[in-house]
Structures are given as structure tokens and as C-alpha cells.
Ligand binder design. Structure first.
Ligand code: GDP
Ligand code: ZN
Length: 377
């Protein structure tokens, strides 16, 4: 569908996809649509027969242009409630309102038609307007413009895991499992790429001598990242961590076993309960393990826990992009003799020279080399 760029009110003709009308075989879509009369009614509206002989359905959608050029659809706000999608499962979403009520919502057909990829029509983290229905159901009428989207590329398509986050909490353990600074570097790249603030949490500090951690913590702090040493076991660092999370929308990332669940439970004892309720709900349908879930923090803010993101890189990064995400390399890249320098073995390389002079940490340089040569962390 073509999108016109303008800031004022505008209209958009949306063609309903033909494959929605007749499907050769049963799919999840048709199955999930059954029992959702609203979604079906929507389709039947505004039909016309096109000159090409095929039946095409159009509808005019009015609204305003959002920051990303998308259409923010006009809806009757007096009939709607505002909420946050705390979990999305296929065509249904669990939406939480400001006062903590939860509604199981379907999505108005036209909302799906406005998205390029129906899979991303409504995702965890979205701020939505929905029309409440009897009981605790509802229909999502509008998805507000997103920022801070965490996505991954899959088979050349973007799959949005969670939207509207402003920081990533990278959790690593100082021991058991042993510390892997290279993994922290990779997650930092992901945060840089997503344009979100990164906080590095070095957990299990009760198991090591904190003095031994200072060189790494200091080096990361000098790069401008917030670093916090914590112990979920004895409570050290939790006050500072709580301050860093309060009022923010944070996605938590890190290897399995580093203590993410323990930290969250130590920060917010009620979270345990929330986890059970929401994970029970998200077990419906397919791809349950890839689903993100959003939890409200009692001291303000939200935490997104995405199993699909927890254990590896958040975003896919091209090899030639990597240097740009090592922020301390930037002053030295223009000094390379060759414009297409890979900073590996080239002569006259500004980055290698800086590393050999200690202007760039040799550990970080080594980490860079492992990433661009495709070695594991
Ligand atoms: P997750 O996979 O990242 O969620 O890790 P868990 O929270 O499940 O923790 C893995 C193991 O590490 C559990 O046995 C925890 O009890 C333990 N653990 C977590 N945090 C700490 C800590 O700060 N210190 C110590 N000594 N153990 C911890
Ligand atoms: Zn170079």
C-alpha cells in the first residue's frame, strides 16, 4: 500500500488482501478468526467490485501521520480505553489499563491491514486504544506509534519482539557461569543498534572479590555505560539497580543461569505471581517461547522479558556495521589508510595502532575481531 507523507490529517485507501477472502487450506488465521464476529464483520464492510474482475475490498481510513510516517487512525476515543499490551499471542492480546485491569482483546481488521506485516500488527509493549466488550474482552482499535522497537530478522522479515522500550539491562554473572566479557560486548552492540540505553549488571558479586572486577567495570563505565554490581543472594547493588529501572521501560537480556529471574524476584517479590498468571495465558498457540511478556514494576516502570532475546544477540548486525558500534573506535577509523579497512591485518590501520598503544582496550579490540571473524564469544 502506498503511503503519502504529510503532517496534517489524511486519508488512506486500504486494499484488503485477497488471500484473506478465500484460503486454500485451514490455517491459524482462519481458526483464530472463528468466534470473533467483530473481525469478520469488519471485512464485509465497504466492498466493491474492481474493474479487473476480481473482488477487491477497499476501505478509507482517516487519521494523522505519526513520527515514522505511519497512519495513526482516528477512532472514537470516548468509546475506548487506553492500555498496554503486556503479552501478544497471535491475534489476541492481553491488554492492561492504567488501573491494572486486564482485557483479552482481538484486533480490528483494519488495524492489521494498516501494518506491512500482519505478524507485527500488535506486539508486546504496544500502547493501544481498545473498545471494551462484555466481561473482560475487547477489540483493539488503534496502535499508537512505536519507539524503541526490539526486532530480529527472520528469513528476511522483521519480527518485532517488543516495542516502546528505552533501555536494555544486560545481566552477566561474575562466576558460575564464568564471566564472558565478549558476550557483554555483543549485547552492547545490540543496544547501540536499537538506539536504547544499555545498563550492564554484573551479578553474583558475592562469589568473587569485588576488587578483581574493577578493571572491567571501570572500562565499561569509561565508555559511558551504566555499570552496577549486584548480588541477588545478599542484596548488594539492588537499591542502585532499582533506581536505574524506576520509571523506565527495560528489556532484560543475558545468558541463562546468570541470575535474571533471581534479580527480578529480589527487586519485586510480587513479580513471581505476575509471571505465573501471564505465562499461563501466553502458553496458548504457537511460538510460545519466542513471546515477550511485559511486567509492571511496583516502584514505577516496566520490564520486558523475552525468552527469544535472553540468550543471544538482540538484533542482527552486519559485519561491516560492527566498527560503528564500538564507540571508542570512532576517533581512529578515519586514520586508517584504506577507506574499506576491516581493522584486522591491514597496514596503516588506525584502530590496530590505537589498540597497540593502549588507546583502545586490547580486550575490546580482541572482542571486535572475534565478532567480525564470526568466532563465538
Ligand atoms: P536466569 O537463568 O538468568 O534467570 O538465572 P536464575 O535467576 O535462574 O539463577 C540461576 C542460579 O544462580 C540459581 O541457582 C540462583 O539461585 C543463582 N543465583 C542468582 N543470583 C545469584 C547471586 O547473586 N549470587 C549467587 N551466589 N547465586 C545467584
Ligand atoms: Zn583500520
Amino acid at each position: 500500500m502506498a503511503k503519502k507523507q504529510s503532517r496534517a490529517k489524511r486519508k488512506l485507501r486500504v486494499a484488503f488482501k485477497k488471500n484473506r477472502e478465500r484460503r486454500a487450506r485451514q490455517t491459524d488465521l482462519t481458526r483464530e478468526l472463528r468466534g470473533q464476529p467483530d473481525a469478520l464483520d469488519d471485512r464485509a464492510a465497504d466492498e466493491r467490485v474492481s474493474g479487473k474482475g476480481a473482488l477487491t475490498r477497499y476501505r478509507t481510513v482517516r487519521g494523522e501521520t505519526g513520527a515514522g510516517g505511519e497512519l495513526v487512525r482516528d477512532v472514537d476515543e470516548s468509546k475506548c480505553l487506553a492500555g498496554r499490551v503486556i503479552a501478544a499471542a497471535g491475534l489476541t492480546s492481553l491488554v492492561e489499563t492504567g488501573d491494572g485491569r486486564r482485557f483479552e482483546c482481538t484486533v480490528r481488521g483494519v488495524v492489521r491491514e494498516l501494518t506491512r506485516d500482519a505478524r507485527n500488527a500488535v506486539v508486546t509493549g504496544d500502547r493501544v486504544l481498545f473498545q471494551p466488550a462484555a466481561g473482560s474482552g475487547g477489540v483493539i482499535e488503534r496502535v499508537n506509534p512505536r519507539y524503541g522497537v526490539i526486532a530480529r530478522q527472520q528469513h528476511g522479515r522483521e519480527h518485532i519482539l517488543v516495542s516502546n522500550v528505552d533501555q536494555v539491562l544486560i545481566v552477566a554473572s561474575l562466576a558460575d557461569p564464568p564471566l564472558k566479557p565478549g558476550l557483554i560486548d555483543r549485547l552492547l552492540i545490540s543496544a547501540e543498534k536499537g538506539g536504547v540505553r544499555a545498563i550492564v549488571c554484573l551479578n553474583k558479586c558475592d562469589l568473587v572479590d569485588p576488587a578483581a572486577v574493577q578493571p572491567l567495570a571501570g572500562a565499561l563505565a569509561r565508555l559511558g555505560y551504566d555499570v552496577v554490581l549486584t548480588s541477588a543472594a545478599d542484596g548488594r547493588g539492588l537499591v542502585r539497580l532499582r533506581c536505574l529501572l524506576a520509571g523506565h521501560e527495560t528489556v532484560i537480556a543475558g545468558q541463562s543461569g546468570v541470575g535474571k529471574s533471581s534479580l527480578l524476584n529480589a527487586l519485586e517479590p510480587k513479580l513471581n505471581l505476575q509471571t505465573d498468571v501471564v505465562s499461563g495465558w501466553t502458553r496458548k498457540g504457537r511460538h510460545t517461547t519466542r513471546r515477550a511478556v511485559l511486567y509492571r514494576l511496583g516502584f514505577g516502570g516496566w520490564i520486558a522479558d523475552t525468552p527469544g532475546v535472553r540468550q543471544f544477540e538482540l538484533w542482527d548486525v552486519q559485519r561491516d556495521e560492527v566498527e560503528g558500534y564500538f564507540r571508542e573506535f570512532r576517533p581512529f577509523v578515519p586514520l586508517c589508510k584504506f577507506a574499506d579497512c576491516l581493522h584486522l591485518h591491514e597496514e596503516g590501520c588506525g584502530v590496530q595502532r590505537a589498540a597497540s598503544l593502549g588507546l583502545i582496550s586490547p580486550r575490546r579490540y580482541e572482542s571486535f575481531v572475534r565478532i567480525v571473524t564470526g568466532e563465538p564469544a
